[in-house]
Every structure is written in C-alpha cells, then in structure tokens.
Ligand binder design. Structure first.
Ligand code: FAD
Length: 406
C-alpha cells in the first residue's frame, strides 16, 4: 500500500486494530533481502512521503521525508556545494532503484566513505516515527549539537522496519571536498595488509580504503589481482599531492594515481559489471548469493586470503573491516554451497566479526543472521515498541530466525 501522508496514520491504526502484520518499506527496491518475513504481511510504502522539508545550508542540516530518494537529496545539497557523506547504495543511481533515505537508514549499511565520515547513523541527528499502534514520536532535533532525550536515531538505524516506520529524518551535511584523487595498489594480501595497517596508523585521513579481491578487480576491467583503492580529498592541491607522494614512497608496489572521474568509472564498473547492481537490485538477475561480511580490521588480511571466499567478488572497507561479497549474477546457480557459506560465517566469527546473508538461493536455508549476545535486550526493546509483534514478523536483527520459516 502506498498511502498519502494524510492517510498514513489512519492506515496504521486500522492495521493495529485488525492485528495485521505489516512491513514498513521505502521504495521497495531491496525488500526481499535478508530474512523472509513470516506469513502474510501488508507492505506499507513510504513512496508518498517525499521531499525536502527544510534545508539550512548555513547550519549544515537537512530535514527530509523518509521516502525521498537519496539521489534527490544529494541533488538538492549539490546546488549549495554540500553532500550527505554516504555511499550510494548499489543499484541504478539515477532512479528510484537507488532507494530512499528512510530505507538507507533502516538498513544501516555503509560503504567505503565510512572511513572518513563514519556510518549512516552518525549523519542522523533527528527523526520522526510512527509506532505500530499509529502513535507518532520525535527524537533528536534539527541542530548538530543535540543531547536531549533518548537516542532513537541509533536504535532505528539498522532496525530493518522491525520497530516502527520512520517518517522524517534530519541529517548532518558537509561541504563537498573540492579536490579528490585516488591511489591504487595491486599486489598480494600480505603487502596490501601491511600498507593498510600503516595507513590506518598514519596521519593521513583518506576518505576510503577499499580492498577488492582479484575477482572484483577483474570485473572492473583490471588485472585479476587484489587491490587497495585509497581515496583522498582536500581543499588544497599541494596537500593532496603530498598525500599521494607519501603513499607512493611507502609501498614497494607500483602505484596508479587516478582522478575523480576515473575512480568513479572503476567503482561503477566493479559494482555494475558483475556486481549486485548488474541488473535490477532485486529479481531473477540479482546475484544468487549476497553476503554482508564484517571482521576486526586487523584480521582483514586473513579473511581476504581465505579459500572460503573463492567464487565470490569481495569489496571490503579496510578501516572498518565491513563489506559485501556476492556471486556472479550471470550464474543463476553458482557453485557456492550453503556449507561453504557456513564455513565463511564461522571464519568471520573467529576473526571477531559476523556474516549476514542478504540474498541466498531459494533452497539454501541459512539463517540471515545468528543470535546476537544481546538478544534478550533486543527482544525486550522490540516488545516495548511493538508489543503485538505486528511489524516485520520473523525479521529482527540479532535474533536468528527459526529455520522452519526460512
Ligand atoms: C554502499 C552501500 C551498499 C549497500 N548494499 C546493500 C546491500 O547489498 N543489500 C541491502 O539490502 N542494502 C544495501 N544497502 C542499503 C540500501 O541503501 C538500502 O537497502 C536501500 O537504501 C533501501 O532503499 P528502499 O527505499 O528501496 O528500501 P526498501 O527496500 O523498501 O526497504 C529496505 C529495508 O528498510 C526498511 N524500511 C524502509 N523504509 C523504512 C522506513 N521509512 N521506516 C522503517 N523501515 C523502513 C524495510 O522494512 C526494509 O527492511 C547498501 C547501502 C550502501 C550505502
């Protein structure tokens, strides 16, 4: 259902009175990813909640309706030389397929820009929401320095629609960096791990340090060897050049220096070639396996050399140890088995992290996530927000699904 803003509250109250299960949705581009919702469920789309409500360029804040596409927000900010410092979700960046700002926050996933600008939740300074019973609430505010009240912004980031429907968000914006350049090194995992370790301990502050495996490099049209793509930004050309020089001197691997346009082309090729964005982000031509990986950053070198990653394209952020791995979308039945993915999950756990299954072949039967140590707390919070369990049944981050529902 796609209610108009004036109809939303009445619709949600009706669903509550009827005790119906429902799922808050943005533009619906990636609803099928992650654990399946158990049983019949009404999808309530935020596509009708669209537009910029308030933009204060001087304060570097913007308030937008939750269903506004991220691309639209970036466009409005761009006119004032500002931006929202998050990666575009993979998919068609020009259209609705890029997803809504509410969907971005509800999923809470971030890309390489997290290295310098932190995660999506760190850009969020206020929100408005509707609970499962139709009660509305606000948290945070519209200024960057804001300390009053409960921090619902962090709670709702990554909530996957399980706690309530986000209707409006206030976000922190930044000036666009005027100068950008990237340096790319290709080589063995040990060399790349050493360089990344040094870089993370250095005084340089790259925007991103993306670590691709050989399959992803090949998808971008490069030699099929692992690489580090280090994105640099500055207001000053001499400073930028100095950072490039530091990197070139540090490594014995040959360095390729790229301008912003070439970096953009590489990223687009990697993500659009055989990546999750090769076709529609959902549907038959999306990759059969799409995995969210996380390990402790100092163990990333071990993960990247793991035989369990064979057959997957892998893109990890070296600073956070978080990233995505996916099978070739042109292979509807990839060779990768559930037991190989379970082995990979155990490895991620051993390396201080986790693995979330965003997409899997229909008969694979893996839980999207395992129980988090804080499961009792997560369930208690869920009960407070949604006592009747109407929202996104069977899909609560940190609570493993019963396999019978998979
Ligand atoms: C670099 C990068 C890579 C990413 N890769 C992936 C990926 O591989 N897989 C992936 O799933 N996502 C990924 N994301 C997240 C992606 O941004 C979101 O999935 C996408 O923005 C969803 O947009 P949508 O409007 O179509 O949401 P939908 O597909 O409609 O919903 C997505 C999820 O958010 C919830 N939701 C949506 N809107 C609201 C709302 N207003 N209130 C409460 N809950 C809501 C839904 O219940 C659902 O769980 C990535 C993000 C980045 C930055």
């Amino acid at each position: 259902m796609r209610p108009e803003p004036s109809e939303l509250q009445e619709l949600v109250r009706d669903l509550h009175r009827q005790g119906s299960a429902w799922l808050p949705a943005g533009l619906g581009t990636r609803l099928d990813w992650g654990p399946p919702v158990a049983g019949p469920c009404t999808v309530v789309s935020c596509a009708g909640l669209r537009g910029v409500r308030e933009f204060n360029p001087g304060d570097f804040t913007i308030t937008v309706a939750a269903g506004t596409p991220l691309v639209e927000v970036q466009e409005v900010l761009g006119h004032q030389g500002q931006w929202l410092s998050v990666d575009a979700p993979w998919g068609d960046r020009q259209g609705a397929a890029a997803g809504s700002i509410g969907g971005l926050v509800a999923r809470g996933l971030a890309g390489g820009y997290r290295q310098r600008y932190l995660g999506v939740r760190d850009q969020l300074i206020g929100l408005a929401l509707m609970r499962a019973d139709g009660v509305t609430a606000r948290a945070g505010g519209k200024v960057v320095k804001n300390v009053a009240g409960y921090d619902l912004m962090r709670l709702f980031t990554g909530s996957w629609g399980s706690l309530g429907l986000i209707t409006e968000l206030t976000l922190r914006t930044l000036p666009q960096p005027p100068l950008r350049r990237s340096v790319c090194f290709q080589g063995g995992a040990e060399d790349l791990a050493g360089l990344s370790r040094w870089l993370l301990g250095s005084s340089l502050s790259p925007e991103r340090i993306d670590w691709w495996n050989g399959s992803l490099a090949a998808a971008a049209g490069l030699d099929p060897e692992p690489l580090l793509l280090i994105g640099l930004a500055s207001v000053d050309a001499a400073t930028l050049q100095e950072q490039v020089r530091c990197l070139q001197e540090r490594s014995t691997l040959p360095a390729r220096v790229l301008d912003a346009a070439t970096t953009g082309t590489w990223l687009a090729r990697a993500r659009g070639g055989t990546g999750p964005a090769a076709a529609a982000p959902t549907g038959a031509t999306a990759p059969a396996w799409l995995l969210r990986l996380g390990v402790s950053p100092d163990r990333l070198g071990t993960l990247m050399q793991a035989p369990a990653l064979a057959g997957l394209a892998v893109d990890m952020a070296a600073g956070s140890g978080l990233g995505l791995a996916w099978s070739d979308p042109t292979e509807p039945r990839p060779a990768l088995t559930s037991s190989q993915v379970s082995t990979l999950r155990s490895l991620c756990n051993e390396l201080g992290g986790h693995l979330t299954v965003l997409r899997q072949p229909p008969d694979a039967g893996l839980p999207a996530w395992l129980d988090a140590p804080s499961r009792p707390l997560i369930e208690a919070i869920k009960h407070r927000f949604d006592p009747a369990g109407q929202l996104a049944p069977g899909r609560l981050p940190g609570v493993a699904q019963r396999l019978s529902t998979v």
